[in-house]
Design a protein around this ligand. Structure first.
Ligand code: SF4
Length: 474
């Protein structure tokens, strides 16, 4: 069957997949039958390798055929080894509204071999320990980029060794001189670091290193896409298996060219099916520091941060940053999180009863929707005010309060059912529930269906603590 291409995503039918499965309905994949597995495969909800019978030698031809059909427009490349190995690329589409993006942009923080050892260790540890809770997700950093600025092989080797001893995070080794790059590889011989970079002048030596150490390799040709594609082709033909493209990152006047190059490559891969353009892209926002001039450090950090944001939205699969201040990293990791969530699914939390502090039988009871942003805002306001309370999280299909009420996703029936299911009636002796101000118009209906008295609370959860102090009487 001929498969259509739409926006780089092959429109596969479950039947095409099914025809090439072993069709024994053995359930080893965890699905009811082969057809159910085929449907999940088409929706990219399971991996082909979950069908173990398909991995047997007698099914090799079908496996190869299915792998080819399911191949993403952008190749997936793994940096590092073990639990913390980072996969980049693997994108099926150009835009996230077409299909959920895979493999969030990997963020690297740099160290150099000219930094004092204590600074290297502290930067690596800070990167390793970076953690930010954002609507139920823990946002982390992914890689360390070790840069040779000394142009001294021994110094580079010692720096890579120190970094490898300090962290399990995968590495990017940045050295254009092959002898220095090899010294770095010798300090982390089986760590599969990303090697940066092969250029039109050093490509052969770098390709040999990449093959010898089984390391992915960046092909770099700043602002010259023809040279970049030709370089990638040469490396591939030479035997390099995993290649990442660096079309160049330019701050200031070169910004338009930077974004244009990234976009053209991703378009060629996803819309045009061009295989060599379909390699992961690396951006280097830390170039902002190279053009620093008289600018104050904080302004450079801000510039680096917006460059990172632009590259994340414009298809970068990995980026290297220098600033490791929380205030400049937060917009970057939050933006990445928002872009890589499934746009078809509202971000929701588990409904049910949540307990704050040490409430007793006279403590206030409130309800809210299960939209993650609403829940975490309300929860954080209750927690920070140290209010002892019960909060019933109602399944509003991930809608916020006002949208949920307007769209009949947060209804009086659901709220009454949630009150009953929560078991709150056995925990408090009163029958009063505080409603968010934005759900005031269904308070009468809730009272009728639940038998609980509804107190209309504030529209903004930051006023909950004051409301409880001023108005709550069990
Ligand atoms: Fe079919 Fe493979 Fe699943 Fe068995 S494991 S049911 S053969 S898809």
């Amino acid at each position: 069957m001929a498969e259509k291409k739409k926006g780089g995503l092959k429109e596969l039918s479950p039947i095409t997949i099914y025809k090439n499965l072993p069709k024994t309905n053995c359930k080893e994949c965890g699905q009811e039958n082969c057809m159910a597995f085929a449907t999940k495969i088409v929706n990219r909800e399971v991996d082909l390798d979950a069908c173990k019978p398909l991995l047997k030698p007698e099914n090799a031809k079908q496996y190869a055929l299915l792998s080819e059909l399911l191949k993403p427009a952008v190749k997936e490349v793994t940096i590092g080894i073990g639990d913390k190995a980072k996969k980049i690329g693997g994108k099926l589409v150009m835009y996230r509204h077409e299909f959920t993006y895979k493999n969030p942009t990997a963020i690297a923080i740099d160290v150099t071999d000219e930094m004092p050892e204590s600074e290297v260790v502290s930067r690596v540890q800070k990167t390793d320990n970076f953690s930010y809770e954002y609507i139920g997700n823990t946002l982390k950093l992914d890689l360390i980029a070790v840069r040779s600025t000394s142009e001294n092989a021994d110094k580079f080797k010692a720096c890579v060794k120190k970094v490898s001893e300090t962290t399990q995070l995968p590495l990017i080794l940045v050295a254009l001189n092959p002898a220095i790059a090899e010294a770095g590889l010798m300090a982390a011989p089986k760590a599969r670091p990303l090697l940066y970079a092969a250029t039109t002048t050093n490509w052969k030596e770098m390709a040999e290193l990449a093959i010898m150490y089984d390391a992915p390799l960046v092909a770099s040709a700043p602002n010259d896409l023809n040279a970049l594609i030709s370089l990638a082709k040469t490396l591939q033909e030479y035997g390099v298996k995993d290649i990442v493209l660096d079309p160049g990152t330019f701050a200031n006047d070169g910004l338009a060219d930077t974004l244009n190059n990234f976009t053209m490559l991703r378009r060629a891969a996803t819309k045009g099916g061009e295989e060599l353009a379909g390699l992961p892209l690396i951006g280097i926002p830390m170039v902002a520091w190279a053009n620093k001039g008289d600018l104050a450090d904080d302004l450079v950090k801000w510039r680096e941060s917006y460059l990172a944001s632009m590259l994340i939205t414009r298809f970068a699969d990995a980026i290297i940053l220098h600033s490791n201040d929380g205030w400049s990293l937060l917009p970057t990791v939050v933006l990445r999180q928002n872009i890589y969530t499934d746009p078809r699914k509202p971000v929701a939390v588990e409904p049910g009863l949540k307990v704050f502090g040490t409430p007793d039988e006279n403590s206030p009871v409130m309800f809210t929707s299960n939209f993650a942003l609403t829940f975490y805002t309300v929860a954080s306001d209750i927690e920070s005010s140290k209010t002892n309370a019960y909060l019933i999280v109602v399944d509003a299909e991930g809608a916020a309060i006002d949208a949920g009420v307007a769209g009949r996703k947060l209804t009086a029936e659901k709220i009454a059912d949630a009150i009953k299911a929560s078991g709150i009636e056995n925990k408090v002796k009163h029958r009063k529930i505080i409603s968010p101000g934005k759900a005031s118009r269904i308070s009468g209906e809730i009272e009728e269906l639940s038998g609980w008295k509804v107190l209309v609370g504030p529209r903004d959860s930051s006023e909950i603590a004051k409301y409880v102090i001023d108005k709550w009487q069990p």
